[in-house]
Design a protein around this ligand. Structure first.
Ligand SMILES: *[C@@H]1O[C@H](CO)[C@@H](O)[C@H](O)[C@H]1NC(C)=O
Ligand SMILES: *[C@@H]1O[C@H](CO)[C@@H](O)[C@H](O)[C@H]1NC(C)=O
Ligand SMILES: *[C@@H]1O[C@H](CO)[C@@H](O)[C@H](O)[C@H]1NC(C)=O
Length: 259
């Protein structure tokens, strides 16, 4: 769910995605109205208060611009609800992204390591319109859902990745490519570890050494900055990928007996 850096290829004939097939035009209108009136961010109840991530030489925070957590949420929503971007994500981007994600997920499912199966309960963290969720369902992982600050039914429900709206030990598999948007990177990771069941798998696509866009809240300077935040998981592998401007895939498994 992110913009590609290269110039996009000519648009394929776009049947609308499932998420907006019902009333696409009306929902775009509503979104436009919603976003242009600067919506209040969704209320967030933190069971555990947010505290700043301890400084890491591997992560450069870009906190300066935000006066408050609500200010940060509003800034993130500004991109998520941008009507022009949303239209591109829902049309020109849709099949290209879903196909690429589907290939990546099919490869993970066919991997011998038991990373993902059709029976996995899967979560996509920061999924925007849910292209990655659609891809999981397409390859056969039917129990897949996404969260984002703005919902995109039926694929994506409302949820803040700093306070996932799920109980402990819920998912077998979690995917995310929005780590750079985390204002509290350790909390982002702790929430993934909390909602993964023991033995569950996390797959993250990140950019290392590359600056994100103006909506990024952090820059990852070294992949260890991410891996070091996973306190209850083992690294399965780290590999180079070419995934919509992101260059590194990190796969971890939550320890089967974690404290
Ligand atoms: C949101 O976007 C609008 C229009 O692009 C801009 O005027 C506004 O300042 C933005 N607000 C934030 C909080 O970034
Ligand atoms: C998983 O689902 C896909 C798509 O429905 C199907 O082609 C495949 O055979 C299934 N795999 C298993 C092991 O059931
Ligand atoms: C859920 O997990 C967190 C730590 O990840 C723990 O602090 C909390 O007590 C757990 N909650 C329940 C209901 O087990």
């Amino acid at each position: 769910a992110r913009r590609r850096r290269k110039a996009p290829p000519p648009p394929p004939p776009p049947p609308p995605p499932p998420s907006s097939s019902s009333i696409p035009f009306l929902s775009l209108l509503l979104l436009y109205t919603y976003s242009s009136s600067s919506p209040p961010p969704p209320p967030v109840a933190f069971a555990v208060p947010l505290s700043p991530t301890p400084p890491s030489p591997h992560i450069r925070m870009r906190r300066a611009g935000f006066r408050s957590y609500e200010d940060y949420l509003r800034h993130q929503l500004n991109k998520t609800l941008d009507p022009r971007l949303r239209r591109v994500w829902a049309t020109r981007d849709w099949h290209r992204k879903v196909d690429a994600f589907a290939r990546a997920f099919a490869a993970l499912r066919d991997d011998d390591g038991g990373l993902l199966s059709n029976a996995s309960r899967a979560l996509c963290v920061g999924a925007r319109l849910g292209q990655e969720v659609a891809a999981l369902r397409l390859v056969g992982v039917r129990d897949a859902v996404g969260i984002d600050l703005a919902p995109a039914p039926p694929l994506v429900v409302r949820g803040d990745f700093h306070a996932q709206p799920f109980a402990n030990d819920t998912f077998d598999f979690e995917f995310s490519n929005v780590f750079d948007h985390a204002l509290y990177p350790d909390r982002f990771v702790a929430e993934i570890e909390r909602t993964l069941r023991p033995g569950g798998v996390a797959v993250l696509h990140v950019a290392v050494h590359r600056r994100g866009d103006k909506y990024s809240a952090n820059d990852l300077l070294d992949v260890q900055g991410l891996v070091g935040l996973f306190r209850r998981s083992d690294v399965i592998r780290i590999s180079k990928v070419d995934a919509f401007g992101l260059d590194t895939e990190v796969i971890l498994r939550k320890k089967r007996s974690s404290p």
